[in-house]
Design a protein around this ligand. Structure first.
Ligand SMILES: [Zn+2]
Length: 401
C-alpha cells in the first residue's frame, strides 16, 4: 500500500441532507490538505463491487472521518444495514479511528435512542457545529485545526517516509513549530531504526508487531494505527533494575487500585513514579468543588477516587502480552465512570464520564507536563490532551519522563 495516501480525511454525508454545505466544506478541506487527502464522493464507488468491502478499503487509507449531520440526517434509512452512511460510520467506529460529527443547518447531536445500536457511540463524540455565513469560515478554521492535530498525531505514529507525508505542513505560518516537530520526528525515527536494527540482530519478533500495543489482539494490517515506539523505549534485554522496588499502597488519598496482582505484584515502580501517582491522587482529592454523579447527589472528588492499574513488576521485566510497563515509569488509569465506581469502562460505554476523565487528564498534564498520555477518546485527542493508539479505549496509559 502506498504510505502517502494513508492520511486521508473521509467525509460521510447524505446527498439529500447536506450536499451543498458538504461541497463547500470539501472545497475548504481540499484547499488546506490537498485534493488527494479528502475522500467524499460516493459516486466514485465502482458498480458491482461489494460496498462494505470497498468502504473498508477506503477507510484503511483514512485517519479521520467527519460525519456531516444536517436536519434531515436522521432517517429511516439508518435502520437499513446496507445504508451507506451507516456502513461508513460502523466501519470507522470498528477501526477505532477518530470520528467527528459536524452539525450543519442548526442540526443537533442525534439522541442515542434515535441511532441504531451499532452507531450509538457516535452520540458520545463531541460534535463541531458548522454554521452558515457569516460564521462558516470561522467554524471551518476550528475544524481544520482539529484535523491538523489529529493528522499530525497520526503522522507521529508512522515512522516513514517523513518528508513525503508532511507535504501540507509548510503552508502553516509557524515554521518554527514545523522545525521542532521535524526534529522530534527525526529523533524518533533514529531511535526506531536503532531499535529495529537491534531486534534484527537479536533475532527478536517481527518488526510489524506493535511494540507498545497493550491489547492481546493481533496487530491490524494497517500499521498506521499502531502506537509508535517512543524515544524513551526501555531496553529489550532488561535485567534486574534495582531501582524498581517501590510498591504503590493498595489505596490512598484520592486513589484506589485495580489489576494489582497478588501482594501488589504488578504495581511496582520507581520511587518517583509512585510519588507522582500519590501526588496525583492528592491533587484530585483536594479539589474543593463537588461533582455530580448519576444515581446520587453531589459528592466530593475524593469520593470518586482515580483507579490505578498496572505499573511494573518489581525489578522491571516483561509483562506479557504488553511490551511496555517494564521500566517503572508507566502506569494505567481507568477512565472515570459517571457512577463513580471502580470498575472497568470503555469510551463507548454509557457510564463513561468524558467530563471527569477530561478533568483527570488535564490535571495530569498540569502536574506532569512532560508525561506522554495515550487514550482514545477522540475528543481528548482532538484537544491535544492525549494521543491515539491501539488498545487505549479502556484505560489511560501514562509514561512519565
Ligand atoms: Zn499502559
Amino acid at each position: 500500500m502506498d504510505e502517502s495516501h494513508k492520511d486521508q480525511i473521509f467525509i460521510c454525508y447524505r446527498r439529500d441532507d447536506s450536499a451543498w454545505v458538504t461541497g463547500r466544506l470539501y472545497d475548504r478541506l481540499v484547499q488546506r490538505f490537498g485534493e488527494g487527502s479528502v475522500f467524499k464522493d460516493i459516486d466514485s464507488i465502482p458498480l458491482g463491487t461489494n460496498f462494505k468491502q470497498h468502504i473498508n478499503s477506503v477507510l484503511e487509507q483514512c485517519s479521520v472521518v467527519v460525519v456531516v449531520i444536517g436536519d434531515k440526517w436522521i432517517d429511516k434509512r439508518l435502520n437499513d444495514p446496507r445504508d451507506h452512511v451507516r456502513i461508513e460510520i460502523e466501519s470507522a467506529l470498528q477501526r477505532d479511528i477518530p470520528v467527528i460529527p459536524l452539525l450543519v443547518q442548526n442540526a443537533t447531536m442525534p439522541h442515542e435512542q434515535s441511532l441504531p445500536e451499532s452507531l450509538r457511540e457516535l452520540h458520545y463524540r463531541n460534535g463541531i457545529p458548522i454554521n452558515n455565513d457569516p460564521h462558516f469560515h470561522v467554524d471551518m478554521n476550528r475544524l481544520i485545526k482539529s484535523l491538523e492535530t489529529i493528522l499530525l498525531q497520526k503522522r507521529l505514529t508512522v515512522p516513514e517516509p517523513i518528508r513525503k507525508r508532511l507535504t501540507w505542513l509548510p503552508s502553516i505560518p509557524q515554521k518554527r513549530i514545523i522545525l521542532f516537530v521535524g526534529s522530534i520526528f527525526f529523533i524518533t525515527v533514529t531511535v526506531i531504526i536503532l531499535i529495529n536494527w537491534k531486534r534484527v540482530t537479536g533475532g527478536s519478533p517481527t518488526l510489524n508487531e506493535p511494540r507498545f500495543a497493550e491489547s492481546p489482539t493481533p496487530a491490524p494490517t494497517n500499521t498506521t494505527l499502531s502506537p509508535a515506539p517512543t524515544s524513551t523505549t526501555p531496553s529489550d534485554d532488561i535485567g534486574e533494575n534495582q531501582s524498581i522496588a517501590t510498591v504503590l499502597p493498595e489505596s490512598g488519598i484520592g486513589y484506589v487500585t485495580n489489576n494489582r496482582g497478588p501482594s501488589g505484584k504488578f504495581q511496582f515502580g520507581l520511587a518517583s513514579t509512585i510519588n507522582a501517582i500519590q501526588d496525583l491522587g492528592r491533587a484530585w482529592a483536594s479539589r474543593g468543588v463537588q461533582v455530580r454523579l448519576v444515581g446520587s447527589g453531589p459528592v466530593r472528588y475524593r469520593d470518586v477516587p482515580i483507579s490505578i492499574g498496572q505499573i511494573s513488576l518489581k525489578g522491571g521485566g516483561p509483562m506479557p502480552p504488553r511490551r511496555n510497563h517494564r521500566d517503572g515509569r508507566e502506569f494505567d488509569i481507568r477512565p472515570i465512570r459517571t457512577d463513580g465506581q471502580n470498575a472497568s469502562v470503555t469510551i463507548s460505554d454509557a457510564v463513561y464520564s468524558r467530563d471527569l476523565t477530561k478533568e483527570l487528564v488535564s490535571l495530569l498534564k498540569s502536574l506532569f507536563p512532560q508525561a506522554q498520555i495515550k487514550f482514545n477518546d477522540s475528543d481528548l485527542v482532538t484537544q491535544g490532551l492525549t494521543t491515539f493508539g491501539q488498545g487505549f479505549h479502556d484505560h489511560i496509559h501514562v509514561r512519565l519522563p
